[in-house]
Design a binder for this molecule. Structure first.
Ligand SMILES: CC(C)(COP(=O)(O)OP(=O)(O)OC[C@H]1O[C@@H](n2cnc3c(N)ncnc32)[C@H](O)[C@@H]1OP(=O)(O)O)[C@@H](O)C(=O)NCCC(=O)NCCS
Length: 185
């Protein structure tokens, strides 16, 4: 995603300015959610804390998956305005270990919508806050289903507009076909 290089260049703010933008709640103080983006996109940032480490001293994969699930929920629910649940998870790949102390940016987008479901693509970028270098560490695709009164509900339709959205839509459609072939009995 091209947004990541933009964020690298623009991170000129001093540490003094960041506490103003963090929520007051102690529990959620690590989260800074950017609500200024388009309605089918969402960016969630978190500082990778020592309690998220695995036995190798880097971020535990399970911690990352929990964040992926949260950002998929937030992205799909914010898009359709109905509560969504995770139906399936595909192609989660961990490309690089994430060091403790990294500033982790989770970019999520609704790529495709069906009748009651949507696919949310997620990309995790870890930034070293000392030298601001960045690495694409993980990605995954979540199928989220709108649920109301315990049943699947109609999903708001997503129409891709720009070239990037059209590319993601076409790829999501291929994954949907692959998925349905895999689960066919
Ligand atoms: C999500 C849930 C409501 C779907 O109910 P269901 O009766 O299976 O619904 P349907 O068969 O009508 O399928 C609903 C949508 O999921 C899609 N779907 C079904 N199986 C799927 C699979 N294996 N992978 C991806 N999508 C799938 C269907 O294509 C449909 O999407 P569409 O309407 O856009 O075409 C139900 O399975 C559920 O509540 N699951 C538990 C969810 C949960 O608790 N998640 C958290 C886990 S920790």
């Amino acid at each position: 995603m091209s947004k990541t290089s933009k964020s690298t260049k623009s991170t000129k703010s001093t540490p003094k300015s960041s506490p103003k933008s963090t929520p007051k709640s102690k529990k959620s103080a690590e989260f800074i959610t950017d609500f200024t983006q388009q309605e089918n996109n969402l960016l969630m940032r978190i500082l990778v804390a020592p309690q998220m480490a695995n036995f190798s001293g880097v971020m535990h994969g399970g911690e990352l998956l929990k964040l992926f699930d949260q950002v998929a929920y937030a992205c799909s629910t914010r898009f359709c305005g109905i509560g969504t649940v995770t139906m399936s998870v595909d192609n989660v790949a961990f490309y690089q270990p994430i060091p403790i102390g990294s500033l982790l940016s989770l970019y999520a987008s609704v790529n495709y919508t069906g009748k009651t479901s949507c696919e949310v693509g997620i990309k995790a970028i870890a930034q070293n806050v000392k030298d601001r270098s960045e690495a694409h560490c993980a990605s995954g695709y979540y199928t989220m289903v709108a649920k109301s009164d315990g049943k699947p509900a109609l999903m708001r339709e997503f129409t891709p507009k720009n070239a990037e959205e059209k590319r993601r839509y076409a790829n999501a459609l291929k994954r949907r076909e692959l998925r349905s072939n895999l689960v066919k009995k």
